[in-house]
Design a protein around this ligand. Structure first.
Ligand code: ADP
Ligand code: TRP
Length: 329
């Protein structure tokens, strides 16, 4: 896939699920082709937070991505709001979007379902930004004429909406936009959190990418187990599911066998899991701290990325304006 785009929201601190489900596959792709990677601060506004907090999180996320291996000289790393052209494209796309399509988008559906469960009005607390979230996301992707969008599984529907919108636009105005494909890493499906549900900041069950070795140990120790003694065979559980995802294949097979046959206690399995997570996250910790100590340097990297992103967006927007009758032809 030669040209890809992906975005990540600066809300909450990034966790292992974000890394394995989305960041790592995106970094792999960025080594072989042209990648646009941005920090989705406009999207973050659908959930309000103080301005200073938003700015800090944007820098923190940029530092995290670079510390984990993003090469900002090769990939284009930028802040979404430094490319305000996406808002213009989002408006235009909104005019070829069936409202019913957005009623079915999962973030909005989840919000209305939660309200219904509490006996409230379906739209209580739902802002129009959340409702039209998938349209802005489509603009993020389509503005670069990207062919592929690396995302975690739960974002696939949003990329499919971007495909629909590109097709609707092209049907009305001619073949201007590139129809993108979702790229979901099949090896890593959903990363479980310490309570066994999907790891998510909304559930508070995550292991943060900035966790210290001690924090990793404490989080892992909270995984609930039954009381089988070490010698007894065990059912696959959250410890094993997480270990399969973070450890080397041979090590994972070995632990699986010891679960099946008996011969490992839960405390021992948790030690193995803690060490495997530390091997994955440890190397980036120092680099992240160095980057955060130089905020001006990070801002400079983002500014360079923004200039490259705007250069990529300009011809698409020109073609869209032309096709829709804006400008004088
Ligand atoms: P959260 O659920 O913590 O709010 P986001 O919705 O911000 O996470 O997700 C950011 C990206 O990380 C998305 O592409 C999403 O699919 C991916 N992702 C998040 N949680 C997981 C998980 N537990 N397993 C795999 N991928 C995930
Ligand atoms: N909606 C994505 C998420 O919650 C973030 C995002 C915004 C995105 N725009 C995007 C992802 C464009 C891929 C492409 O994680």
């Amino acid at each position: 896939m030669s040209r890809t785009v992906t975005g990540i929201k600066p809300t909450g601190r990034p966790h292992l699920g974000n890394y394995l489900g989305m960041i790592r596959p995106a970094l792999d792709l960025s080594r072989s082709g042209e990648m646009f990677c941005f920090i989705a601060d406009y999207h973050a506004l659908t959930v309000m937070q103080p301005a200073a907090e938003l700015r800090r999180r944007v820098l923190d996320l940029a530092a995290t991505l670079i510390a984990l291996g993003l090469d900002a000289g090769q990939a284009v790393l930028y802040r979404q709001s430094d490319l305000p052209e996406v808002c213009e494209l989002a408006w235009i796309l909104g005019c070829v979007t069936a409202k019913g399509l957005l009623n079915r988008a999962h973030a909005y559906k989840a919000a209305t379902a939660a309200n219904a469960a509490l006996g409230r009005d379906a739209d209580e607390g739902v802002n129009a930004g959340l409702f039209s979230y998938p349209v802005l996301m489509a603009a993020d992707i389509l503005i670069h004429r990207a062919q592929g969008v690396p995302v975690g599984r739960d974002q696939r529907q949003h990329v499919e909406i971007a495909r629909d919108l590109a097709e609707s636009f092209n049907r009305v105005y001619g073949a201007v936009l590139v129809v993108p494909e979702p790229l979901v890493d099949q090896r890593v499906m959903t990363v479980p959190g310490i309570d066994g549900r999907k790891m998510s900041k909304s559930y508070g069950n995550e292991i943060g990418l900035s966790a210290t070795p001690d924090e990793i140990r404490r989080r892992v120790s909270r995984i609930v187990t039954d009381s089988r003694p070490p010698a007894e065979p065990k059912e696959p559980d959250t410890i094993l599911s997480l270990y399969r995802i973070v450890a080397a294949d041979d090590d994972a097979r070995d632990l699986e066998r010891r679960y099946r046959e008996g011969g490992v206690g839960y405390a021992g399995a948790k030690d193995l899991l803690t060490a495997a997570i530390e091997r994955l996250l440890g190397p980036a910790r120092q680099r992240h701290a160095e980057l955060m100590a130089d905020p001006a340097g990070l801002q400079e990297i983002l500014a360079r990325g923004a200039a490259r992103a705007r250069a990529s967006a300009a011809p698409t927007l020109r073609a869209v304006r032309e096709a829709t009758g804006m400008g004088w032809g």
